[in-house]
Design a protein around this ligand. Structure first.
Ligand code: NAD
Length: 310
């Protein structure tokens, strides 16, 4: 396993990160034995970066990850989030951030996390996130409850605006760097590099679009993007390759991000993620994929408050 430094922090994280949202049954129903097996196998194989949130499965994912990590906590770099507590439930006030985080710690069965992130900040107001949310998170850091703090979101413009106003240790964005889109590399990555901020790339499968099963119903991408995802799957299948592995390989090759977080909840998917680390993808296949993706390349969707969208 390759490990990279997360920006200016002391955290060395695996290039392949364990996205724990599927543990909250957000993509399909999961069973306790398979969830625990996925987490234990991942840790044994050197995956040390785990990312979760109280929002995933409305606290289920945190509780299940906490259970699976019992006795293994010190082997991992544990990241969770605050500020988002439901599909449309956001509260970036200092009071809720502080109280909500105590609940997260209990569910995760630990007294500190390595990274605490304000979750989907484009749904909040910039001024509140800058003047209230992040200072409250810094106080939790001073108390030793969070080693570092960061922000996450879909809107690159919003992430850059906030991180330009107040110092953060990391930025996570999702569905902005993968086979269907690479715009993270044009705006966010140069900003993060210049300021020594650790960059985390999430959703290398475009939240399930670049998989044989296809996107879940709630997926916000336009139909044309979903169709392009299925064309990628077909091109890979023709060559006897698994599209998810090819998609993951593409992201793992991206040096701009310290880690790529893929959503995992079964040992089989962890195994395939590890296989992607060894995979060699022919340039010819990447050219063919680029051709089918071209009409929808870099297509985004609205997220959060319109004033902050970008
Ligand atoms: P993803 O692109 O990683 O897709 C996950 C889906 O693909 C799940 O259904 C999973 O079971 C499936 N999958 C995984 N490996 C597979 C394989 N080898 N073959 C076929 N299917 C496979 O999307 P994601 O889960 O949304 O993103 C990954 C992680 O990134 C999340 O779990 C979360 O930790 C993080 N994330 C954070 C934010 C945020 O902070 N705003 C947003 C999105 C994602």
């Amino acid at each position: 396993m390759e490990y990279r430094q997360l920006g200016g922090t002391e955290l060395k994280i695996s290039v392949l990160g364990f996205g724990a949202s599927p543990l909250g049954d957000v993509f399909r129903k999961t069973e306790p034995a398979e969830r625990n097996a996925a987490v234990h196998f991942a840790v044994d194989q050197g995956i040390n970066f785990f990312d979760v949130s109280p929002y995933y499965g409305l606290t289920l994912a945190e509780a299940r990850l906490g259970e699976a990590l019992a006795g293994r906590r010190e082997k991992v770099v544990l990241a969770t989030k605050c500020g988002r507590y439901g599909g449309s439930e956001f509260d970036f006030s200092a009071k809720t951030i502080t109280a909500g985080f105590e609940e997260s710690l209990k569910r995760l069965r630990t007294d500190y996390v390595d990274l605490l992130q304000a979750h989907d900040v484009e749904f909040g107001h910039v001024q509140q996130v800058v003047e209230e949310t992040l200072p409250a998170m810094r106080r939790l850091q001073e108390q030793g409850k969070a080693r570092y703090i960061g922000i996450t979101g879909y809107s690159l413009k919003n992430l850059v605006e906030i991180a330009g106003k107040v110092k953060v240790d990391s930025i996570l964005s999702y569905c902005r760097y993968n086979l269907l889109i690479t715009d993270m590399d044009r705006s966010l990555a140069p900003f993060a590099k210049k300021h020594g901020i650790g960059l985390i790339n999430a959703s290398p499968l475009h939240m399930g679009i670049i998989t044989e099963r296809g996107a879940p119903e709630w997926h916000p991408a336009p139909q044309a993007v979903r169709d392009a995802g299925q064309q990628i799957v077909a091109l890979c299948t023709e060559r006897g390759l698994d599209a998810a592995e090819v998609a993951l390989r593409f992201c793992l090759d991206y040096a701009g991000a310290a880690s790529t977080l893929v959503g995992l909840s079964s040992r089989g998917h962890v195994e395939r993620g590890l296989k992607a680390l060894e995979l060699k993808v022919e340039p010819e296949l990447l050219r063919e994929i680029a051709e089918v993706v071209a009409p929808v390349k870099d297509v985004t969707w609205a997220s959060g408050l319109e004033e902050n969208y970008g």
